[in-house]
Write a protein that binds this ligand. Structure first.
Ligand code: PEP
Length: 272
């Protein structure tokens, strides 16, 4: 099996002023200092705090991402931020299609696809977010919703891009609710996502590239539940909201990612 990157990403949402971002990013960078076998650690502040976070993580292995971006390079689009602006700052990652963007800001599968194309064109690493609502889960639609979101996001995306793209499965009902998706179920849905990607690229013989795509779980991840998630074969990391806002909660998540990199993550259930 291809060895995939392990990623621990913290989505700060609309939290952290510049001063607070400097403090948090500095604490995360200090916690990573001198550590071996770290996962890829990504801090995702609001736009106004990106530069502060970037300054604070200089000379550390930590990276910075953005929470969203427009797909156009510039233009009369009041309130938007472009990929050109993000790359100029030194941003490495960008979240695309987070459920809060889909729920509150009109993000659609089509605009997710446009943003994904733009991210790739500008050499930003896209973390594409997918996931079902509670209603959809309760109606037995989880797999079809997630398959549709992945298919639409990847429309017209060339196979070689699968070496760059990251996908996060974030069930909407688990985000910020304290209700974590059981590790076995998250692993199952991520397996479906990988199978969907393989299927989309089978013409042309590129199904195997699906094995290279890091798949993350997101939704109420915290120090007390991450170990079980990290032990699952399809879960290559975590996209974390609430627990990324305090260094003392985020650093243990990085530690859990490190154990996965070292191959020592243990599935507590399999030990019974
Ligand atoms: C998120 O914002 O992507 C997220 C998963 O939030 P939380 O960890 O707070 O559920």
């Amino acid at each position: 099996m291809t060895k995939r990157k392990t990623i621990i990403a913290g989505n700060w949402k609309m939290f952290k002023t510049r001063k607070e971002a400097t403090e948090l990013a500095s604490a995360v960078a200090a916690g990573c200092k001198g550590e071996k076998d770290l996962p890829e650690v990504v801090l995702i502040p609001p736009f106004t705090s990106i530069e502060s976070a970037l300054n604070a993580i200089k000379d550390s292995p930590v990276s910075v991402g953005a929470q969203n971006m427009d797909w156009r390079d510039n233009g009369a689009f009041t309130g938007e931020v472009s990929p050109v602006m993000l790359t100029e700052l030194g941003v490495k990652y960008v979240l695309i299609g987070h459920s809060e963007r889909r729920q509150f800001f009109g993000e659609t599968n089509q605009t997710v696809n446009q943003r994904l194309k733009a991210a790739l064109a500008h050499k930003l690493i896209p973390i594409v977010c997918v996931g079902e609502t509670l209603d959809e889960r309760e109606s037995g639609l989880t797999d079809s919703v997630v398959r549709r979101q992945v298919g639409a996001a990847l429309a017209e995306i060339p196979p070689e891009a699968l070496e760059i793209i990251v996908v996060a499965y974030e069930p909407v009902w688990a985000i910020g609710t304290g209700k974590v998706c059981e590790a076995d179920e998250a692993n199952r849905v991520l397996g479906q996502i990988r199978a969907t990607i393989a299927d989309l690229y089978k013409e042309g013989g590129n199904s195997g590239l699906a094995d290279q795509v890091p798949l993350l779980y997101g939704g109420s991840v915290k120090p007390s539940n991450i170990e079980e998630q990290m032990a699952k074969p399809e879960i290559d990391g975590a996209l974390v909201g609430g627990a990324s806002l305090k260094a003392e909660e985020f650093l243990p998540l990085i530690k859990a990612g490190q154990k996965r990199v070292q191959g020592t993550a243990k599935d507590s259930l399999s030990k019974v």
